[in-house]
Design a protein around this ligand. Structure first.
Ligand code: KG4
Ligand code: ZN
Length: 341
């Protein structure tokens, strides 16, 4: 089954084709992402109306480009998957409308995919993917969640952030030191040249039991450190390193606890912050000491993309699930309400 995947929940237009017959990494026939970062940069964050309009402009050309790269014609598509939520409602509606119309015209089934399930399943696109049960750490710009995955589609929330998401904390911290939006990846790059230990920030909520997170206080700690220092390039890098170490340590401590709680030693990690090099190294080492393993998608599949939507939709379509002929856009959507595959 060849499934066209469409992602348009925020500021990236993503399109991909996943072929279930080929499976694994080879199943990903082609994918393309158009990022709107430049469009939103001058506003310091995503402007929803501009995002929707840009998805309208980019989606059809991106679909044509992806099919060309896969060497496929429109008629070769057996199903369409699109992000139905959570996300910006106008942006979601663009992808949902195009997906539904294509499915209607091609007389193939369509399915609305949960964006976070897409992220969660992205590590399974890679070869040698683990099988459930495992724990998933979802770390994006909008979410920080620990989820016990009993089976594909059976998700139990173990803990989540009470305020800022991990990616949001990276972005806001970068912004207060004057880095342009979205600062997360740039802050991580700066941290590479930072001196570890010169700035020591707290590991929030690790001194008590529980699997929830709170990252907003870290941002304030950085603000105070930044205000009171010489603001040189090296000091900025040192602060970035201190901040990154605090986030990475906090995530690793909670992941180890979540593995204990779920009774497994397999961790999968997804979402934009999953591209962070130091986080990847730390979690791989933590799982190895337990005799288990940490699995990540390649960095390009950590941030928003169409491949994860094509893959998640393909699993559900292949299991016989599909939507009625409605355009679904669900800005808020609890992953625990999904059907098992
Ligand atoms: O999953 P994603 O592409 O979009 C959402 O669904 O939110 O995640 C984007 C987030 C942004 O906050 C970005 O700053 C962060 O992921 N991010 C990173 C890195 N790459 C992306 N944060 C830390 N280190 C990175 N290398
Ligand atoms: Zn995302």
């Amino acid at each position: 089954m060849r499934v066209l995947g469409i992602e348009s929940s925020c500021d990236e237009t993503g399109v991909a084709v996943y072929d279930t017959q080929l499976g694994g990494g080879a199943g990903l026939r082609a994918q393309a992402v158009y990022s709107q970062i430049a469009l939103h940069a001058e506003y310091g964050g995503v402007v929803p109306e501009l995002a929707s309009r840009d998805h309208v402009r980019k989606l059809l050309p991106l679909i044509r480009q992806t099919l060309d790269e896969a060497g496929l014609a429109m008629a070769d598509i057996d199903g369409v998957a699109y992000t139905a939520g959570p996300g910006l409602v106008g942006a979601l509606l663009v992808g949902a409308g195009v997906a539904r119309a294509l499915a209607w015209a091609l007389e193939v089934p369509a399915i609305g995919v949960h964006h976070m399930e897409g992220h969660l399943l992205a590590p399974l696109i890679e070869d040698d993917a683990p099988k459930p049960p495992f724990v998933a750490l979802l770390v994006s710009g909008g979410h920080t969640q620990l989820v016990a995955v009993e089976a594909i589609g059976r998700y139990r929330l173990l803990g989540e952030t009470l305020d800022d998401a991990a990616g949001e904390a990276f972005d806001k911290t970068a912004k207060l030191m004057g880095l342009p939006y979205p600062g997360g990846p740039q802050l991580a790059k700066l941290a590479e040249t930072g001196v570890p230990g010169r700035f020591k920030f707290s590991r929030p909520m690790t001194d008590r039991p529980g699997l929830d997170f709170s990252f907003s206080g870290l941002k304030t700690q950085v603000l105070l450190a930044w205000r009171d220092c010489d603001q040189s390039a090296q000091t900025m890098a040192d602060i970035a390193r201190g901040f990154e170490d605090a986030v990475v340590d906090t995530l690793a401590i909670k992941c180890a606890r979540a593995l204990d709680a779920a009774g497994t030693d397999t961790l999968i990690v997804a979402g934009g912050v999953g591209a962070n090099k130091r986080l990847r190294e730390k979690l791989i080492a933590m799982c190895a000491t337990r005799g288990g393993r940490a699995c990540f998608p390649r960095p390009a599949l950590c941030t928003d993309n169409g491949a994860m939507i094509a893959f998640a939709g393909a699993l559900r379509l292949a299991a016989g699930q599909h939507d009625d002929a409605v355009i679904r856009a669900v800005p808020r959507w609890d992953m625990a309400t999904l059907l098992a595959v």
